[in-house]
Structure formats: C-alpha cells, structure tokens
Design a protein around this ligand. Structure first.
Ligand code: ADP
Ligand code: ZN
Length: 595
C-alpha cells in the first residue's frame, strides 16, 4: 500500500484539529462571558423540539455554529422560539438528515452571525475573528479527513441500487422484501406487535452479489447504507476496532432507519479464543458488536446485514436470537441466473449481432456474478485492443478463458523438455476423461501456458446439477490423476506439474469421506467439526481411519487412471504429438482420434 505519507498527514491534521478545538472552546467561553446579557429566555425544551421536528411541525431553524442556542419557527405559530441543544454538530446532522428525508425544514447555518452581536471595538472583535478563521480551518480539515479515511473503516452512502440491478436470486429477494417494507413503514409492523429480525447473515462465495443485494435493500427502502469490512479491523491499532464498532452504531442509531452492512464478518466474528495479541483484539471487537446488537430498542429501525463465506467459522454467540438469527444462502447462479446477470451487464456494451448470451451462460457453470461481469468487461477490452467495431463471439470466448485460466503467455520461453511433459500430461487428462462415463467431454486441450498453468484441458460444461453421485466423484479423481499417470507411463518420470491436480483430488476425497459420508468403512458420519472435542465421541483413532480411507480412494483412482492410459497408449501418443505440433486441439479435432 502507498498510504504511508497520507497517514502522516492525517496525524498532523488530527493534532491540529484538537488544538484548534481547544482554542475555539476557550474563544467561545471568553466571547460568551462578554455577552451573557444577550442570552434570551428559552421557551422550548430539547426533547420537545425533537418531537416537533419528527412530526414535521417545524418550518425553520436558525442556528449559529458554536452556540448551543437555536431559533425555531414553528409552522402554526407566528413568533420564533428559542431552544438549547446539547451538541451543535449532532443537532446539525440530525436536521440535515431530516431535510434529506423530505422534512420541509429550512436550516440556516450561520457561522459568522456572532459578529453582529458584539460591540464594535476592534479589540473585542479579535477573538471572534480568530474563531471564524479557526472554523474555516476546521471545515477544511474535515473535508480532508473524509478523503483520507485511513482509520475509518466505515463509509456511508445513499445508494440508488434497486432489486432490478440484482439479476436472478428471486427467492432471496422475496425473502428480503419484508425487510424493505419494514424499513419503509416500521410503525405498521410495530403496531401489529411483529418482531423484525435485527441481523441477517448473507452466506456465499465472494462475488455472488451479497453486497449488491444489501445495497439494493437500502436503495429500495430509500434509507442510507453504512458499510464496513471485517478485515479492515484486523489492521487497526489496539482498541480501535471496538471503538469503531461503537461509533458506527452510534451513528446509525441517531438517524435510523439505516442499513448497516458488515462485509467479511468472519474476520472479527470467528470463534472467540483465549489468545492474546491480535486475537484478543478481535475478541474485543466481536464483544462490542454483540453489545451493540443487544442494545437495540424494539422500536429502533436499524438492520444489520453481514456477509460471510464461512458461516461455520462464526462464533455461536453471533447467531443467537436477536442477533444474526436469520441466514440467507446466496449460491452461485444457475444457467438462467447467469443469463440474466449477463443481460444486465451487457446493457451498456456493443455486441455483434450473432452473439447469444444464452450460449455464454451455458458455458460458464460455476461462475459468480462478479466473474460474469468481469467476462463481459474483459471481452470489451479484448475487442477494443483488436480494433473490432463490436464485441465478437471470439472476444467473448477469449474473455471466458482469460477469467478461468488466466492470460495466454506466448512470450514465456519453454524448453522442449517441459513442452513434451506438458503435452503428455494434458493428453493424459483428456484421454482418461474420454473413457470415463460420468466425465464431461473435452472442449479444448492446450499446452500454451496460461496464468500459473503450463497447459490446460477444458471440458464442456453440462447443465447445472445440484447433486453429484459417488461414482461421478470417484471418476473425477481418476480424471484429475490422469495427467500424473500419463507422465509416469509415457516418460517414466513424474513432475511438479501435477501438484494442483493432486491437491484438488485429495480435497475431493477427503470431502467424500468426512462430509458426504461416502466411505463404506466409515459410514454416513459428518467429521469436519473444527472442535476436536466434538470429534472425540468417535474415538481417538477416527483421524487415522479417515486418513486411511482418503489414501485408499486416491490409490484406487490412480490405479484406474494408469489402466486407462496403458490400454490407450497409441491415442495418448497421437494426441501428445499433435499437441507438440499445434499447441492447441479443439473438441472436434480431439474426437477424430477416436473414429
Ligand atoms: P459479494 O459481496 O458477494 O462478494 P458483490 O455484491 O460485491 O459480491 O458483487 C460484485 C459484483 O458482481 C457486483 O457489483 C455486480 O456487478 C456483480 N454481480 C454479482 N451478483 C450479481 C447479480 N445477481 N446480478 C447482477 N450483478 C451481479
Ligand atoms: Zn493436470
């Protein structure tokens, strides 16, 4: 990060601000002493005033910054009344918010009007001039602080996002529409005695639209959206995390209704530990969050939405009633959802007439909304670079590849030995998959390096599936190990190129045993508990048994991959040689090897 010099600036300005404020207070005190006789009687209490503002009975409020006495003109009475407000800044914010929300108050802020009230000798003018100058300085600094926001992890905005900007996710939107109603007309619900959820947890992978949907709720309800990110707290100084949370909620409560959005809540909301240092700092932040969530009155219309990809990591205390007691899971979109998302993001782009977004939706199973938006953006960039008038199908295909496997690296120099190894490795994946009933057809095999991979085998995607059978998972392991098996058999050596395949395969095998209960030896038992205490009921040797099962599954899969390669050595040879020659083989060409 290149924020360091700004940090220094911030510190400098903060010190200046504190000094200025002290000077102002002294100035105001001195000044007020000179003018005590000017103080008028107050004839409206502060609480009364707030009530009248809420009821839209106030027409005009005139105030002088630095003075806590304000003049109030009520709608139905001719004469003006005086009131004392406890804190000028908070009161201005409150009135400004009312004005924003359509309350027809005229707010006249008058930082210099104090000048008019004092006698005209130059000497007595001096402190006032000082005050005015300092005010100007402070206002300037506040502006600066807003831009920097180094330690402020929160930000608020009035969003214009609506549910129309959120494609798919119909059920989720339906579930959230009552929140919108509640934010719009809290009284209606309260009178009925309905209890509205305080906290809602949105669970899902990054990029599935959690932030988007939270913004849409705020936009639909016409309430401001304050957001903060859990991970930013981690970088803060000791004690700051908790105080940020407190300030955030102070701000929210003062001008409810609001939506508070906490992204990556797992960063602060992970199970509390007894650790020290950074960990205990997170505990403090979490504790403060819990205190705030419990501190709401039933008639306070603040809704806290939080996002996480790892709900199982969260401290159980966060999920209790009255806190985040509602969970909404946002899954990666299905084909229909993907098409809808593509349509939204295609609106402002120019496409060639033969482009069918449905085809792209079918080709991008597993993509999140963010990835789809990214694909269209990349396609536009590629089209621009290639000087196309409109985005072509080829640009879109390239964009999909770029987002999935990274950019082609034609410039990287690869030794012939590496190339040969990659060719056999990728041919191995392709051939092995070809002879597995449940595996998808090959779409493209390539030994052109992309991203971190030396080559890749792409498969056609099928329509979205909700369930995966055990056979399919077992065969997936075989396909993944096909690369390694081919290296071993054809070149009698193995390489580091298979490391990612091995990692993925091991993860799948472990999930088969510990999550999906697919191992006959262990049975349908969930064994992924984080807490060792919870696992203990299965006996001390359960981990050994899981390990043995995972190893057995991988061994069987690797043996099967080798068998397929051995049975089709001629095909492996042919595909690998063609790859070395052309570097890339299409689906049609691949099929010709099997005619
Ligand atoms: P998350 O908060 O889940 O990580 P975001 O809400 O930040 O995801 O999504 C990132 C971007 O992806 C959004 O700004 C939007 O452009 C796009 N996106 C994600 N989901 C959708 C969707 N359902 N409809 C339209 N755009 C989406
Ligand atoms: Zn591989």
């Amino acid at each position: 990060m290149s924020d360091k010099p700004k940090d220094k600036n911030k510190l400098y300005y903060s010190i200046l601000a504190v000094v200025s404020i002290i000077l102002i207070i002294i100035g105001v005190l001195v000044f007020n002493n000179q003018n005590t006789e000017a103080e008028e009687d107050l004839d409206i209490a502060y609480t009364e005033l707030i009530k009248k503002i809420n009821n839209k009975e106030v027409e005009k409020i005139e105030m002088t910054v630095g003075s806590t006495s304000v003049k109030v003109k009520l709608k139905d009475i001719e004469e003006e009344k005086n009131a004392i407000v406890p804190s000028t800044q908070a009161f201005i914010e409150l009135v400004q918010e009312e004005v924003k929300n359509g309350n027809e108050i005229e707010l006249i802020q008058n930082p210099t009007s104090v000048l008019l009230r004092i006698s005209e000798t130059l000497l007595s003018l001096l402190p006032t001039i000082m005050i005015v100058v300092l005010f100007i300085l402070i206002f300037k600094m506040q502006g600066l602080g807003d831009k920097g926001k180094v330690y402020d992890a929160t930000s608020s905005e009035n969003t214009h996002t609506t549910f129309e900007d959120v494609a798919g996710l119909d059920e989720e939107k339906n579930e959230l529409i009552e929140i919108v109603d509640f934010l719009k007309e809290p009284k209606k619900f309260q009178e009925m005695g309905a209890k509205i959820p305080r906290g809602i947890l949105l669970c899902g992978k990054p990029g599935t639209g959690k932030t988007l949907i939270a913004k849409a709720i705020a936009g639909e309800a016409g309430v401001p959206f304050i957001s903060m990110s859990g991970s930013e707290f981690i970088e803060m100084f000791a004690g700051l995390g908790a105080s940020r949370v407190r300030k955030l909620f102070e701000k929210a409560k003062k001008i409810a209704p609001w939506i508070v959005f906490i992204d990556e809540i797992d960063a602060i909301g992970a199970r509390r530990t007894s650790a020290s240092g950074a960990e205990s700092e997170n505990n403090q932040t979490l504790n403060q969050l819990l205190v705030e969530m419990d501190g709401f009155d039933t008639n306070e219309t603040v809704i806290v939405l939080a996002a996480t990809n790892r709900p199982e990591m969260l401290d159980k205390a966060l999920l209790r009633p009255g806190r985040f007691d509602r969970q909404i899971t946002i899954a990666a979109p299905d084909a229909k959802g993907r098409e809808a998302i593509l349509k939204i993001h295609a609106k402002d782009k120019k496409f060639a007439s033969n482009i069918n977004l449905k085809d792209i939706a079918n080709d991008t199973a597993g993509f999140t909304g963010a990835e789809l938006a990214n694909v269209l953006n990349e396609a536009a960039i590629i089209a621009t670079i290639k000087k196309h008038k409109k985005i072509q199908m080829q640009d879109l295909d390239d964009a999909v590849k770029k987002v999935t496997v990274g950019l082609e690296k034609h410039s990287r120099v690869i030794s012939d030995k590496d190339k040969k190894l990659t060719a056999y490795h990728e041919a191995g994946h392709a051939i092995v998959s070809k002879f597995l009933e449940t595996q998808m057809n090959v779409k493209e095999v390539s030994i052109i390096p992309r991203g971190l991979a030396g080559g890749y085998t792409m498969y056609k995607t099928n329509e979205d599936k909700y369930y995966i059978s055990k056979t399919e998972m077992e065969e997936k392991l075989v396909a993944l190990l096909g690369g390694r098996a081919a290296e071993k058999i054809a070149l009698d050596d193995i390489s580091t190129g298979a490391s990612n395949d091995i990692e993925v395969a091991t993860q799948i095998a472990r999930d088969m045993v510990t999550v999906y209960g697919m191992s006959d030896n262990i049975g349908p038992i969930y064994l992924k508990q984080k807490d060792p205490y919870e696992r203990q009921i299965f006996g001390e040797n359960i981990d050994d048994a899981v390990g043995a099962e995972v190893k057995r599954m991988i061994d069987i899969a690797y043996k099967k991959a080798q068998e397929i390669i051995l049975a089709h050595m001629d095909k492996l040879q042919a595909v690998a040689e063609r790859l070395l020659e052309k570097e890339i083989i299409s689906a049609e060409e691949f099929e010709t090897f099997f005619e």
